[in-house]
Design a protein around this ligand. Sequence first.
Ligand code: XIL
Length: 449
Amino acid sequence: MRSLRTGLSLAALLTGAAMFLTAPAAHAADTPLRDLAAAQGKVIGTAVTGSKLTGTYGSVTGTQFSSLTPGNAMKWGTVEPTQGSFDWSEADQIVAFAQAHHQQVRGHTLVWHNQNPGWLTNGSWTTAQLSTLLQNHISTEVGRYKGAITAWDVVNEAFNEDGTLRPTLWSNGLGSGYIAQALTWAHAADPDAKLYINDYNVEGVNAKSTALYNLVKSLKAQGVPIDGVGLQAHLVLGQVPSTLQQNIQRFADLGVDVAITELDVRMQLPATNASLAQQKADYKSVVAACAAVTRCVNVTVWGFTDSDSWVPSTFPGYGAATPYDENYAPKPAYYGIAEALGGTTTTPPPTNGACTATYSVSSQWNTGFTGQVTIACSGASLSSWKANWTYGAGQRITQAWNATCTQSGAAVSCANASYNGSVPDGGSVTFGFNGTWSGGNSVPTVTLG
Ligand code: XIL
């Protein structure tokens, strides 16, 4: 690498220097969603797949979100594929990741009519046997994660569209009382976990959400432990219900929390600039509706990247439903979420002076590159600095000079050396680094912190 570096021509350095990007210091657009949400007293989450929690997927999950929901890992069919033999591996992995990144976990889901193990659905059980099976399932799973789960989706999708109770293994076998029983058993296994009922097509005021409302009201009246209502919010482009905020508010007024638990906004493929702009507006209005109601505590997207969304395989012809594209680039929808959480996503004019960081690739060869960052101040000054960025394509820093750089996953942080922390008004400091790349070496946005 050294001989390659010294072999660089001045011309190569100069042409490479044309690739740069300037970012204002501490620009609000670069504030992670979880920090924007925290400033509003909210939590922002994503559904995740445990095996993907490394590389860029892991670093975006860790930096942008304050809550994780296992997309499939805690469902009965996953955790007990054979009666009495358990597989907690993916669930454990997600819980460990969340703890390492100071994130909440929403447990999903204990009682549902889908994704149950074959031995359960194919068995023929007496009422007493079925009741015992369900109680044991809830006690075992909730007990295993006692203290580690902020909220459980205890019962999922209990209603038909017209507000009648959905006929399922549970309602058919145990009667409508199964909901209260499940909540009571979950509460016994972890008294500190918030217990939710979760459903889809209950985002606006309609027959189904009114049935859910009436159920929650009666559970509360009976003293059944119910703490929250989850509105899945698997939405279609341009179809955010106009009564969303009103609906959230009426649940809140019953004395329960509300969460948007599985938000995505699907569109017909291929996506266009117009559909992506509409999607931004849709995401923004959902998050704004939650932000407007004190008891709406969490907005969770059902997968943050289009490469990890259930939509294309479930709704043929539809996709592009999440806030990041398949290459982890934030889409307009991402900025819709940020704006609804109070973030500014337009570049503010440098009125009062600013220090900016400029990243450039000064040379690049088949597997490596040399880069530099210049920090320049005008109308402002620094006595120490840290330049931070996230690589989008797996690049890794191997060596740095005039700064101390550390890299964790895709996230790089470079702090000043002992001798160059001071950047005076009108002055600049440059540091350099070597790195490796493959596939792509796009220029990241640098923020100063
Ligand atoms: C989906 C998962 O995302 C898919 O990977 C799986 O194949 C099917 O289930 N409502 C829910 C979620 O409550 O559990 C579902 O998740 C999506 C609809």
